[in-house]
Design a protein around this ligand. Structure first.
Ligand SMILES: [Zn+2]
Length: 466
């Protein structure tokens, strides 16, 4: 399919430079040619984008959409919000086999599946160093792009990392509680999600860190009860845990969070940032997910107009989850508020320290997150942390491509994939411009605002049974 976009202002996300009045021609899902206005085609055919800005498509680098029974609604929501690619954060041998058989072809009707892991590492498959080594080897052989840790013990982690390094597969995810981020970084962890989660990176970023790490090391890791069916029960519990993990925070952990916040130390953050930058340890902060979990009762969440794209069952589940959050002691909720403020400071300092970062939202599965829209909220959270607009844009485009090892993604250049977002304001000037999506190109197919709105209305109608 060939598309011609005329008179666009093309943003070079490497530098923030804008080339004005440019024509973009696509063919077979790729950018075929870029030229000064009028040179790409002598005719007046194509779409006139005069005054609009063109950037590479957005990528949600922490998503769970493939786990949905029917992800088609989520995909339409993502595309309508300019999300043209995503990293799937939990896979399975079945999904890996399906991909190997060509089950996820590039299509104009869904964002691109950039990366796919195998099963999450949990006490189910990673209860001992021997078991975790075997599981890492198995997932590598199954064709996983990376291995994601979810709930593994600190005593098991070094074996997992060593085996991943040995076979050459990236390993990352949730930092095992007692392992300081700087230590995991030195051992070779590829990426850390949600700034931890929980206390996570902040456990290193305060002048009380030695005592806090000692206390974390003494904590008992999550163990599965040993009875037939325990694994199945655990798998069933996972959605209830991940919808808001902060609900499971123990009083001891809340006290540690309090100490870490009170003793927050910018010099310690800079020291950690230096280690993470030196080792190329990626961060996918998913601030929107952290905020939704830790500050669940902010009125803006329940009042979000985009909730109309979610099913009745999901909204009821989230309401029940909010009720559980409201039953937390007021003092705990206050600690979460201060913790979140500290996490915003942390993210800004990590960025200033040159730590590689990608933008992700953790949609779906987490409370309050709506596909597509959640990534825009992540842009706002990153900007709210004090990160400049161009950096936010890079985290969802070029840095996402670098993370994925895709050398034909993340720039508006000939030969690159024709996955583009059209904006009606300059995104390098203000992050809010990244929300002003007036068109989306996916695999070369252009959709204007009216068509994107029809997609959104279609999803809303299905949700309300219309
Ligand atoms: Zn996740």
């Amino acid at each position: 399919m060939n598309t011609l976009l005329r008179n666009a202002n093309v943003v070079d996300v490497r530098t923030g430079d804008v080339r004005r009045g440019v024509d973009i021609e696509t063919a077979d899902g790729r950018i075929a040619a870029i030229g000064e206005g009028g040179s790409a085609a002598a005719s007046s055919a194509g779409v006139d984008l005069a005054g609009a800005y063109v950037v590479p498509g957005y990528n949600d680098m922490h998503a769970h959409t493939l786990q949905l029974d029917d992800p088609s609604g989520a995909y339409r929501l993502m595309l309508a919000h300019g999300v043209t690619g995503y990293r799937q954060m939990a896979g399975s041998p079945q999904l890996l086999a399906r991909r190997a058989a060509g089950g996820f072809p590039d299509t104009v009707d869904a964002p691109a599946l950039l990366l796919l892991p195998g099963d999450l590492l949990t006490p189910l498959n990673a209860a001992s160093p021997e078991a975790v080594r075997e599981e890492v080897r198995r997932q590598h052989a199954q064709g996983a792009d990376f291995v994601k840790m979810a709930f593994i013990a600190g005593s098991v982690y070094p074996a997992a990392q060593e085996e991943a390094n040995r076979v050459g597969i990236p390993l990352g995810g949730h930092l095992p509680g007692p392992i300081p981020a700087e230590e995991a970084s030195r051992l070779g962890i590829g990426f850390i999600e949600h700034l931890g989660p929980g206390l996570g990176l902040l456990s290193s970023c305060n002048h009380d860190h030695a005592a806090i790490h000692e206390q974390l090391a003494a904590e008992k890791p999550m163990r599965l009860p040993r009875f037939p069916g325990a694994g199945k029960l655990f798998a069933k519990l996972i959605p209830r845990i991940v919808v808001n993990p902060s609900l499971r925070t123990s009083a001891e952990t809340v006290a540690m969070m309090r100490r870490a916040v009170d003793a927050f130390d910018e010099d310690r953050v800079r020291a950690l940032a230096a280690v993470l930058a030196e080792n190329g340890t990626w961060q996918c902060a998913t601030l929107v997910r952290v905020r939704a979990s830790q500050l669940s009762d902010e009125p803006a969440w329940a009042e979000n107009p985009a909730l109309r794209y979610m099913s009745e069952a999901t909204l009821k589940f989230w309401d029940r989850t909010l009720e559980r959050y409201r039953r937390l002691p007021a003092s705990t909720r206050e600690v979460f508020r201060e913790l979140y403020a500290a996490q915003l400071r942390l993210v800004r300092l990590l960025d200033e320290g040159g730590v590689p970062m990608i933008a992700g939202s953790d949609v779906t599965g987490a409370i309050w997150l709506v596909p597509g829209e959640s990534l825009h909220r992540e842009f706002d959270e990153l900007a709210g942390a004090g990160i400049p607009p161009l950096r936010v844009l890079q985290m969802t485009t070029l840095d996402a491509a670098r993370f994925a090892g895709a050398d034909d993604l993340g720039l508006v250049e000939p030969g690159y994939r024709a996955d583009l977002v059209v904006l009606d304001a300059d995104p390098t000037a203000d992050v809010s411009a990244m929300h002003r999506v007036s068109g989306v190109v996916r695999a070369g197919r252009y959709r204007d605002r009216a068509e994107l709105d029809r997609m959104l209305e279609g999803v809303a109608a299905e949700r309300s049974g219309g």
